[in-house]
Ligand binder design. Sequence first.
Ligand code: PM9
Length: 458
Amino acid sequence: MKYPSEPFRIKVVEPIKRTTIEARRKIIDEAGYNVFGLPSESIYIDLLTDSGTSAMSDKQWAAMMIGDESYAGSRNYYHFEEVIRDLTGLSHIIPTHQGRVAENLLFSSVLKKGNVVPNNSHFDTTRANVEHNEGIAVDLVIDEAKDPTNLHPFKGNIDILKLEALIKETGKDNIPLGMLTVTNNSGGGQPVSMQNIKETSELLHKNDIPFFLDACRFAENAFFIKEREEGFSNMSVRDIAKKMFSYADGCTMSAKKDGLVNMGGFIALNDKKIAENIINLLILVEGFPTYGGLAGRDLEAIAVGLKEVTDEDYLSFRINQVRMLGDSLTENGIPIIQPPGGHAIYIDALGFLPNLPREQFPAQALTVALYTHAGVRAVEIGTLMFAKKDEETGEVKYPDLELVRLAIPRRVYTNMQMNYVAESLIDLHKNREKIKGLKITYEAPVLRHFTARFEIIE
Ligand code: PM9
């Protein structure tokens, strides 16, 4: 089958409501034209994020019943530690309640003012945590990634020559670590090849710089390597994932993605001294190192989720469900980042709404229109999330791409529901000249996309 059918049957059903277009017009106006302000009850299909929105399996729910809620030394921590050690080969396993805390603890422990952190593309929380610690986050993804139509199989790759130049220019002592985000969320959920992981690791190590993975979607990345990279078609996805980790000195992970849970994360690393510093901070802000802000039952569910996520029937359905949505949009003339990413489809809002100027937030305008038209919540990844204003000149630097992300929760929606999303977008595309631009009326100084408010430009 081109698009495999669901490799699971549904045991628990959560009803979702359909609302009228009139009701949604009122609700989105009250939310200041920001979909983060919408009550989830007003949404039919929620594609805001694939993070923390997965459906857990029967085995994960069963695992929660063997939660050991001891303050220290919970048996679930030891299982969690064993599974992560086996997967990553890394020595120190530190639980956190989600990915950004892992980032915060790591960067608070290794960054000094003015230090530089290279990455293919920093996710927004990663960048914010680097900058919060007075570091400089530098994105070095390959140029092909900036062209939405380019069919490069590994558009998440970092540009090795640019990385080399950055190390020379900055000086290796000013780079406390280098990172790769797998898959590259901000660049379209695109995978990084094993070759690129290896070359990045070698180059960083040659300069005595530790190499970390932002491993949120490691299993999806490993599946793409199996599908696309020469020499891996006969290797299991689990072994490919292990090989990816084998090049790294550490990783941060939001288990809310490929951990298949609703909450959780971790840092894993080999350096004992840094691990000690992180643990001291962890005790201050998250909790004792055998729970790190999570309940024992959460740790158990993550341990099971990290095993389930490399199941190849699951991954084949997962990746192809996302691809199916992307293919139907493409077939109907809707511009998306090609090829479809692992966890999401990214619509090129500049191609969808060529008449709206960047200062009118075209991707946000499309996100608002999609919710109003169909009750589908997507998220903007463009001007609102990434534009930077030069305080002195007032000039706005826009990101390369202006995108609307349709992130698909894991094991949650059926292919029929994905057809509904595709049809809604096709409808909207036919009537695209009616979509109006937006003007910002409130913005916070950091991570403004979460709380910004807008009005429609009539
Ligand atoms: N990613 C996402 O929707 C959730 C937050 S924004 C709605 O894509 C990477 C690559 C991520 C990521 C979160 C985090 C932070 C780190 N790296 O959300 O703190 O995609 O668990 O993880 C989101 P936490």
